[in-house]
Design a protein around this ligand. Structure first.
Ligand code: ADP
Length: 521
């Protein structure tokens, strides 16, 4: 026992004063036991923990000092197993009841002191209290579990990576998004978990973030594991240890597909609404223009109508006055005056007739009463009337030999024919002939009135049939611009058509088609 050496077999003091003094300065517990487990030496730290003096502890079984009786037997067995196995050094942890009544965890490390024959004589154990360490470790583990539960509960995919770009962890939503179990993500790089082109994008974005530090936000389109493509925003940030060393990055994925879709739908609805408003505004604008045009037309019409009516009326009155004066003077009335008066009266009758028809048309009162008729007779009558109104004018007539049986309203169709011949006579030069031809074609009677006048420019041809439309070149002739409009309406009411054609060699050609009566087809 001299010189601080451990003496063997002394049974009494086994440490010299100096050696024990050194051991007493240690915070670690020191416990020397014989192979039976009886304490042969302890240091001061052990005394403090047990709350006993050394002399009270010597010779006692260690577990009986600090453990509840229930565990003595098991501790004794464990001790014997260790000694018998003689596999040293050996470490183990044990809970120890302190003098203060609390339980602390001690991490023991034991070595054996053997005799020359290799038998264990003493077991030297040093113990370090690790209660705090264990508690901290447990708390840390719990904290980690809590955090994992927390991020697993968040519906947004979340991931975190080390500076080497490998995933350190993720939440459930992220694993679902990737379609991989967490174990197949953690420790892997983007190239092992995402399609190559996406991986390259992610890697570039990560590298940029690691370079610049801080936070990074960007929108992307991502294909989820189920094949669906989503619009997402990545929110990423680097994180550092307490020494400020960058350790990796954390990322949160925000799925904005629904929002995008809603935005898109909203933009669509907005555009549609705008388009509708534009269309409606244009409609209103057009209506307004129409109303203004109608107003203008009404004004012009009144102007024209009064002028058109006044001209033949004035002429009629002048001729009448002259005739009256001639009669008063006992002179015979010049027959030419009578013809003129008749012409003026006819013109008035036509003008008023047009006005009456237009007004009927407007009020929906134009009635067509068809009866079987030979259209040739109406044509002949119309030509005769025209010839008598324009004596000297050449009006050629070419009719088929067979009757043209048509169900028609004779007065109305006569009005159409008269209007067409009248126009040809009016607008073509006086010396030029007017032709009227009729034939049958594909179940229809076709009547054609042609002249060799100026014709009608292509741009005006459709407008001819609108009310009040007159070519500027027609203004020197009497007219209200109603005849063709009424004529087309009448023909259409008969199930037929009235069109304009340019005549070869110049001039106009108006073509009337009327369905032949069923038996005549
Ligand atoms: P109105 O003859 O009373 O003016 P219409 O409706 O019969 O009215 O004709 C409309 C316009 O069509 C005429 O003003 C004229 O400009 C043009 N028109 C009609 N027939 C002919 C024709 N045979 N040749 C040239 N222009 C014609």
């Amino acid at each position: 026992m001299d010189g601080g050496r451990v003496g063997l077999g002394s049974g009494g003091e086994i440490l010299a004063g100096f050696a024990r003094d050194i051991l007493d300065t240690l915070d670690a517990l020191v416990l020397v036991r014989d192979p039976e487990g009886r304490i042969v030496e302890v240091n001061r730290a052990a005394e403090r923990l047990a709350g006993m003096r050394r002399d009270e502890m010597l010779g006692r079984l260690a577990w009986e000092l600090v453990e509840p009786p229930a565990s003595w037997e098991r501790s004794a067995q464990d001790f014997r197993t260790i000694v018998r196995a003689a596999a040293f050094p050996v470490a183990h942890e044990a809970d120890v009841a302190t003098a203060g009544g609390e339980t602390v965890t001690v991490r023991w490390s034991s070595a054996a002191i053997t005799d020359g024959a290799g038998n264990v004589r003493f077991l030297v154990s040093t113990g370090v209290e690790v209660t705090e360490l264990r508690r901290a470790t447990r708390a840390q583990r719990e904290q980690l579990r809590f955090l994992q539960t927390l991020i697993d509960t968040i519906p947004n995919p979340i991931f975190y990576k080390g500076v080497d770009g490998r995933y350190l962890g993720c939440n459930r939503a992220f694993a679902e998004m990737m379609g991989l179990p967490r174990e197949a993500i953690v420790g892997r790089s983007v190239y092992e978990t995402s399609p190559p082109e996406l991986a390259a994008r992610y890697e570039a974005a990560d590298a940029e973030l690691f370079r610049s530090g801080g936070v990074q936000t960007y929108e992307s389109r991502v294909q989820f594991a189920d094949g669906s493509v989503h619009d997402v925003i990545f929110f990423k940030a680097t994180w550092s240890d307490t020494a400020g060393q960058m350790q990796g990055l954390v990322g949160v994925v925000l799925d904005i597909t629904a929002r995008k879709r809603a935005e898109h739908a909203l933009a669509g609805a907005h555009a549609e609404l705008e388009a509708r408003v534009r269309a409606r505004t244009a409609e209103l604008e057009a209506l307004k223009e129409k109303a203004e045009a109608a107003d203008r037309a009404k004004g012009e019409f009144l102007n024209i109508a009064s002028h058109e009516l006044r001209t033949p009326l004035t002429a009629l009155r002048v001729t009448l006055q002259r005739a009256r004066r001639e009669l008063q003077r006992g002179e015979p009335i010049d027959s030419a005056s009578l013809v003129r008066m008749e012409r003026y009266a006819n013109r008035l009758v036509r003008l008023v007739g047009d006005l009456v028809e237009a007004s009927r048309l407007e009020r929906g009162l134009l009635v067509v009463e068809p009866a079987r008729c030979d259209l040739r007779e109406l044509i002949v009558a119309a030509v005769e009337d025209a010839r008598s109104l324009a004596p000297g004018r050449r009006i050629d007539l070419d009719l088929p030999a067979a009757p043209l049986a048509v169900d028609l309203d004779a007065d109305r169709i006569a009005q159409v024919l008269a209007n067409l011949i009248d126009n040809a006579v009016k607008y073509a030069p006086p010396e030029s002939p007017v032709e009227m031809t009729a034939w049958t074609d594909a179940g229809e009677a076709v009547v054609c009135v042609s002249d060799r006048g100026p014709g009608i420019p292509a741009t005006s041809q459709e407008r001819l049939f609108t009310r009040f439309y007159r070519l500027p070149s027609a203004m020197h002739q009497p007219g209200l611009g109603l005849g063709l409009n009424i004529s087309r309406e009448i023909v259409q009411r008969h199930g037929g058509s009235l069109i304009y054609e340019t005549r070869e060699g110049g001039g106009s050609r108006f073509v009337v088609r009327l369905p032949l009566a069923p038996a005549a087809r």
